[in-house]
Design a protein around this ligand. Structure first.
Ligand code: HEM
Length: 209
């Protein structure tokens, strides 16, 4: 039987543009990744703002702001420490690390607010952020590394053990947590997906600044 995470995935896939993913249904507005002309400065802004978002998610889950978040501790998908190592590497290479900018700060405070008041909506963002990073995020990482980092693979794109197994065990947890929700709460969670795209795309766009 299909679980709720399949519904979450179906909604997310439709929100991709046709050039991002096979199941995407939207027309693209931004140029495809293959045509990007990224700069290290823009990419650093993206990494710094991504870290703000992952720091927020990971502290919400660690403190189990809502009891159901406790299930998502130590999933192996956490990215905060990996991003710290990557930023340290850039520093050693002589780059200066920018302060967090608006897209990351705005998304982080939105997540904090949802986590306190609206668990189904928060879980929607939790799912989309980690799973997007494991799919499209890696495609972005590979392309950017090819173009401006001499193919250096950052820690942000490395997971301990099998990524597909880590994702699979988080899918099981998502199905478990959402099994306690009413149909209304489930629909509310699914409806939040679009916002997750809007906020994340604002952070991704920093790469091109
Ligand atoms: C999955 C590409 C942005 C959420 C995927 C997949 C691709 C992809 C190729 C895998 C499809 C498959 O299983 O065959 C991209 C690209 C993006 C992007 C190129 C931007 C340049 C986003 C954003 C979000 C998102 C902004 C949400 C915040 C997801 C989710 C999945 C997915 C939830 C499902 C992962 C899974 O089932 O394991 N994406 N994506 N993606 N993406 Fe994206």
């Amino acid at each position: 039987m299909k679980g709720f995470v399949d519904e979450m995935r179906a909604v997310a896939m439709k929100l991709h543009t046709k050039d991002q993913a096979r199941e995407g249904e939207k027309e693209s507005v931004d140029p495809p990744i293959a045509a990007w002309n990224p700069s290290v400065d823009g990419y650093l802004k993206f990494l710094v703002d991504s870290k703000v978002v992952f720091d927020t998610l990971e502290s919400i889950v660690t403190t189990a702001l809502h009891p159901s978040y406790g299930e998502f501790q130590k999933t192996g998908l956490e990215r905060s420490e990996e991003l710290s190592k990557d930023l340290e590497w850039f520093k050693e290479e002589g780059y200066s690390i920018p302060e967090p900018s608006k897209p990351g700060i705005v998304y982080s405070s939105y997540l904090q607010q949802l986590a306190e008041n609206d668990p189904p909506a928060f879980i929607c963002h939790f799912y989309n952020i980690y799973f997007a990073h494991s799919a499209g995020g890696r495609i972005i990482g590979r392309k950017v590394a090819e173009k401006i980092l001499n193919k250096k693979q950052l820690e942000f794109y490395k997971w301990e053990g099998s990524l597909s197994q880590l994702l699979q065990s988080v899918r099981i947890k998502l199905n478990h947590v959402s099994s306690g929700w009413s149909r209304e709460e489930k629909n509310h969670c699914l409806e939040e997906t679009e916002k997750s795209f809007v906020y994340s795309e604002d952070i991704i766009r920093l790469i091109l600044t």
